[in-house]
Design a protein around this ligand. Sequence first.
Ligand SMILES: [Fe+2]
Ligand SMILES: [Fe+2]
Length: 190
Amino acid sequence: MWSEEKIVEYLRNNLRYKRFEHSLSVRDTAVKMAEFYKADMDKARLAGLVHDCAKDKSSEELMSLAAKGGYHLNEVVRSAPKLLHGCVGAIIARDVMGIDDEEVLDAVRYHTTGRKGMSTLDKIIYIADYVEPLRIFPGVDKMREQVYVDLDETLIYAFDSTIKYIIEKGQAIHPDSIEGRNYVILESRR
Ligand SMILES: [Fe+2]
Ligand SMILES: [Fe+2]
């Protein structure tokens, strides 16, 4: 497996500068959250760092890499190929960087959509991606306060804002996002 220095170098060379900085920021936020929620800090650090490693690839590249990796391209991802950057990120993390930890790979794979049965690590990366200090959007302060109060409520809030945003743009919602939101609502609020 690549050293953190080598991964950072890869990100520096393959991402726009703002995205590179965001990646380091998600890494640091994920570590703090993992410490607070007693999750594995090393896994959180690694998943946070690499989560967007495929984000600046073109739609064509994402589709072709995902297809080569055996991923089924449903209609939703065909209409919005950028959704594939999590899944392609996991492929790069495994095949290029030599990361073989399935929990880390899943957290990278599902950080864009979420999924049914999200692990604590999945939730941490999904939320850290939202609340890292460089992010600015309406409601971010409320989310940052909530992060260390209730992980699941923060996740539901994040799902809701993502899904509302997708609806406003008139786009299709990935089934994993709906299943992820249903899962966390039904699991945490019963
Ligand atoms: Fe992302
Ligand atoms: Fe991100």
